[in-house]
Design a protein around this ligand. Sequence first.
Ligand SMILES: Cc1cc2nc3c(=O)[nH]c(=O)nc-3n(C[C@H](O)[C@H](O)[C@H](O)COP(=O)(O)OP(=O)(O)OC[C@H]3O[C@@H](n4cnc5c(N)ncnc54)[C@H](O)[C@@H]3O)c2cc1C
Length: 407
Amino acid sequence: VALDCIVVGGGLVGLGSALALLRRDPRARVVVLEKEDAVATHQSGRNSGVLHAGRYYTPGSAKARLAVQGLRKMRAFCEANEVPYETCGKIVVAVTANELPRLRDLEARGRANGLAGLAWLDRDAMREIEPHVGGLAALRVPEEGIVDYPAVARAMVRQIEASGGEVRSAAEVVGVTRRRDGVWVVETRRGAFEARWLLNCAGLQCDRVAELAGERRDARILPFRGEYYTLKPDRQHLVRHLIYPVPDPAFPFLGVHFTRMIGGGVECGPNAVLSLKREGYSRTAIKLSDAIDALGFHGLWHFMRRYPGVTWSELRRSFSKELFAASLQRLVPAVRTEDLAAGGAGVRAQAMAADGTLVQDFLFAGRDGAVHVINAPSPGATASLAIGEAIIDRLLGVPSEPARAVR
Ligand SMILES: Cc1cc2nc3c(=O)[nH]c(=O)nc-3n(C[C@H](O)[C@H](O)[C@H](O)COP(=O)(O)OP(=O)(O)OC[C@H]3O[C@@H](n4cnc5c(N)ncnc54)[C@H](O)[C@@H]3O)c2cc1C
């Protein structure tokens, strides 16, 4: 066999996994196959750029564990590779009285997850940190920060190549089979590759790549687009660092926030709108096969019946700058509609179960020398190096003997 491991997907999770394997075994022959012309083109290059510290994840969950480890690893990686990052801290703001108990709960979870330096701020104390913030009280999370994730991805590529691995772009995986002798054969638009191990880190396409490899698509990837505005330069003084709302435990990715970016400027968002194209970054983007795939999935209809309010309010806000501004004003009342300039967008790969529940935790599946990353939502970028380690642990624990369950 030519290779030890094929990694599908050149996002942070795929690159982090390749690096983890090369660290474990410097002689491993590894190739990362990326369908686009460059790495980090999708989620890894189109996110909020935040280094999350794992404050509200359920204690004991993979998210909580890997976010805390991942943040440490990511900071060390940035130091070693001269990638710009800043530990600027974040405040999570309770705007209404009924958010106060939830904020207390976040504080307790943060402590359980081992976060250092958490502080409860009353109105005056929070205004010392963010003079323009509204609301009743805030939790300060000093360990959170901001980073240039595309630069992280480029540094990961350099490290992989320096360790003897390879990253091939414009190499879309279109077929996967497992030979009787247990070798994985991966067809791409740039020829076929063979390896004894297969890692599927295809992000928005991970369920499809898993299906190519013979897995059932029990959980479906639903694409939720997140659209951003930016604060116009003369209003950027309204936000110093990171200002977040108290998350709804049922929808941790909902709630627009303010993010000072590592390269300058302040982003506002993202919202969360069901996208009719998995890699669709404009409001009107639609791809028929993706739309049919989403709308033909029973789970989505269960979800929309259960949460009609959320579905429609996100959609309405997507088309109304005033509504978007109103959400932002909850956190910073001085922000006006005219302060917002159009920003970018990203699409989240969110796994949904057949009964319409959102898969909240990181989820990996695998057998026969393959691991599929089924769900790696936020804080997947922060945690990517730790996720890589966890995947390699799992891979090395999976028996890869031949002739079993080849479908
Ligand atoms: C709007 C938004 C905001 C976010 N904010 C944050 C944040 O602030 N902090 C944080 O930690 N996380 C954040 N996240 C989450 C984070 O971006 C993701 O968890 C992380 O980037 C996932 O990385 P990935 O490698 O799994 O996916 P991706 O970066 O999407 O990479 C998957 C790769 O696989 C490739 N691929 C797909 N199919 C194939 C194929 N058939 N053959 C070859 N290649 C293929 C794709 O082209 C892509 O490059 C955010 C996400 C979004 C969308």
